[in-house]
Structure formats: structure tokens, C-alpha cells
Design a binder for this molecule. Structure first.
Ligand code: ADP
Ligand code: TRP
Length: 330
């Protein structure tokens, strides 16, 4: 039996390089070796109250982008979270044993409270229990996500463990986050500090065209260059190198790294090369996105078949859970 893998991405915009190298790249490898469930977390996106048209459009966009990246519906189950209602039922059960104090302590919740004090809704607070339900509904053991999801993953393990303890059962395995290399990738932004992200407003999207990529990269924050050989790189410069390390050939990275160490670096040249390499990476994906996005019949069929498969697995778990809790299974 293949091990079970679950991961999801919220449909709140297009996929960017952070999403790709932090999560999607793992999906592409894992789909060959595991029983994978990859979904679009549209329920999670309701915390920001999107307009229905907006939801429809973003869900379709992410689905097309998943497929364009190479996630194969023949290998992995690709579905839309809201098509699998059993997840909402499990979310309800998990919430009964999720405590205000622990939910309030989650860093991403505290960030949201700071950033959107006028919309601190219960969906935001219980984000980790919905994410846990997404994962344990399929009894997943591995979850490919970026480093920023570590705390949510801890909560998912805690909720799985708690359910088992309360009912004295061995129903849910504890899911682990999964990274392709030993270290979780954090794709940096090019605005000087922090990660690349939609809400950070610093993302390079897979759909961006050549000139947009170039414009974004050329704007990256740099400094006047090192004056002492082999000096440590300030964060903004390190970020530029980290991105190059991710998208460029090793020789290219080594070349500019040597230049930096010899105090001969020309950031303009480095950025031009980085833009070329990012474009070379994105161009084929971009073409496929445009092609798939206009094929509504194909997208509908992928979503329908995915929902059907995901529901078979989810219903099996929900039946078991209902019986454990003391409800009728059907
Ligand atoms: P965003 O941060 O842009 O809103 P999401 O939160 O929707 O993106 O992230 C979807 C997936 O992509 C998650 O697994 C997340 O860990 C990963 N991810 C997002 N940004 C990065 C990044 N800069 N580096 C690594 N992984 C990332
Ligand atoms: N919280 C994840 C993010 O912001 C998205 C997500 C929702 C998810 N449910 C999940 C990821 C379950 C992995 C497994 O990126």
C-alpha cells in the first residue's frame, strides 16, 4: 500500500515561484510514489469574503496552473475542497476539541488580527482545524508544504492525537510535513527582506510574461556592493543569491558568487541573468497555463473525477469517525 499524501493551496491569486518551489515541486515528484490528494482550498479562502465570481475564477485558475505545472490527474487525485463535504463534517468534530487559547496563539492568526482587525472571524481562528480536517480525512502521513506551514502542521498532529486519545482509538496517523531536500525551501522576495508571497506583494508569478519578470527582477533591492573580499551577504543580497540558487544552473550561481567574493559583482548583470533564467523556467509553464485555462470541458472533467475519488476516501473516514463518536454511520 502506498503512503497517503495530502496538500492544498488557497485560490487567492496565481501561483508564484514560492508556491512552486515550496510546494508544487514536491507534488510533482510525490505523485509517482505516493497515493496523492492535491486540492484547492476554497473554503479556506472564504475568510476574506471573496465575491462568488472571484471564487469561480480563482479556483479555475489554480486548477489550470496545477495541471500546467505537471500534476497529472491520472497519477494524483486533484479536487476542490468544497466538493468534499465530509471535510466540513470532520472540521466540526475537530472544533469541539480545539481550544480558544491554543488557536489564539497561532502566529498566522495573530498576524491576521494585526493586519485585518476589522475582520477577525471564527474561520480565521479555526483555520488550523479546517487544515487538520483536510489532512486527516484521508489519513495522510505526509504533507508537502513550505516552511511557513510548520505551526499549522503541529496543530494538525495535535488534533489527530487528541481525537485518538479522547476516544481511545488509533484512527488517525500523525501527519508529517515533507520537504524535497533536508531543509525546507523558503523562496525569498526581492524587496529586501522576507519570503515571496501574494500578500507580501512581491511575487513573481508563473503566468508573468518576460517583460514583467524582467521589470520585477531589475527592481530587486541591492546595495553598493562589498568592499571586503568574502564578506557576509546582507539579507537583500542573500535573497537574490537564494533565488538564483533555486532557478539557475550551478555554474551561473558559482560565477556570481565568486564575483561577489572578489568584490567584482555587478548586480545589474546578475539581475539580467536571473531574469533570463526565471523566464526560461516559467515560459513553458506559462504556455501550458494559457492553453489549459481555455479548455473548460477538460477542467470540469478533472474536477469532477477528482471529487469522486476524494469523496470515496473521505466517506470511508467519516463513517468510521461517526461510529467512534457514537453517531449512526450513515
Ligand atoms: P502565499 O504565501 O503567497 O499566500 P500560500 O499561503 O497560498 O501562498 O501558499 C501555498 C503553498 O506554497 C504552501 O505550501 C506554502 O508553504 C508555499 N509557499 C508560499 N510561499 C512560499 C515561499 N516564499 N517559499 C516557500 N514556500 C512557499
Ligand atoms: N494553509 C495552507 C497554506 O496557506 C493551505 C492548506 C489548507 C493546506 N489546507 C491544507 C496545505 C492541507 C496542506 C494541507 O498554504
Amino acid at each position: 500500500m502506498k503512503e497517503i499524501v495530502v496538500s492544498g493551496i488557497r485560490p487567492t491569486g496565481n501561483l508564484h515561484l514560492g508556491n512552486y518551489f515550496g510546494a508544487v515541486k514536491s507534488f510533482l515528484q510525490m505523485q509517482h510514489d505516493y497515493n496523492c490528494y492535491f486540492f484547492i482550498a476554497d473554503w479556506h479562502s472564504l475568510t476574506t469574503h471573496p465575491h462568488p465570481d472571484n471564487i469561480r475564477r480563482s479556483v479555475k485558475t489554480i486548477l489550470a496552473e496545477y495541471l500546467a505545472c505537471g500534476i497529472d490527474p491520472e497519477l494524483a487525485t486533484i479536487y476542490i475542497q468544497s466538493d468534499v463535504r465530509e471535510v466540513a463534517e470532520l472540521y466540526l468534530y475537530l472544533n469541539m476539541n480545539a481550544y480558544l487559547g491554543e488557536l489564539e496563539r497561532v502566529t498566522s492568526f495573530k498576524d491576521k488580527v494585526r493586519k485585518q482587525p476589522d475582520n477577525v472571524n471564527a474561520g480565521l481562528l479555526t483555520y488550523p482545524s479546517l487544515m487538520a480536517a483536510d489532512i486527516i480525512i484521508h489519513k495522510a502521513v505526509k504533507v508537502p508544504v513550505g516552511k511557513d506551514q510548520e505551526q499549522n502542521m503541529e496543530m494538525a498532529r495535535k488534533f489527530a492525537r487528541r481525537f485518538n486519545t479522547i476516544y481511545d482509538v488509533d484512527c488517525f496517523p500523525e501527519p508529517d510535513s515533507f520537504h524535497l531536500s533536508e531543509k525546507a525551501v523558503k523562496v525569498p522576495g526581492l524587496d529586501g527582506s522576507g519570503k515571496m508571497g501574494k500578500s507580501e506583494g512581491n511575487a513573481i508569478y508563473l503566468i508573468d510574461d518576460e517583460s514583467t519578470i524582467k521589470k520585477k527582477v531589475m527592481k530587486a533591492v541591492t546595495d553598493s556592493g562589498p568592499t571586503v573580499p568574502n564578506s557576509e551577504k546582507p539579507e537583500a543580497i542573500q535573497n537574490l543569491f537564494s533565488l538564483m540558487d533555486i532557478v539557475s544552473e550551478k555554474e551561473t550561481y558559482d560565477f556570481f558568487n565568486d564575483q561577489y567574493n572578489n568584490c567584482a559583482i555587478r548586480y545589474g548583470d546578475m539581475k539580467k541573468q536571473l531574469a533570463v533564467d526565471i523566464n526560461a523556467f516559467c515560459a513553458p509553464i506559462r504556455e501550458r497555463i494559457l492553453e489549459i485555462q481555455s479548455n473548460d470541458a477538460y477542467l470540469d472533467e478533472v474536477a469532477r473525477a477528482g471529487a469522486e475519488r476524494a469523496r470515496i476516501s473521505a466517506q470511508k473516514t467519516i463513517r468510521e469517525v461517526r461510529e467512534i463518536i457514537g453517531f449512526r454511520a450513515e
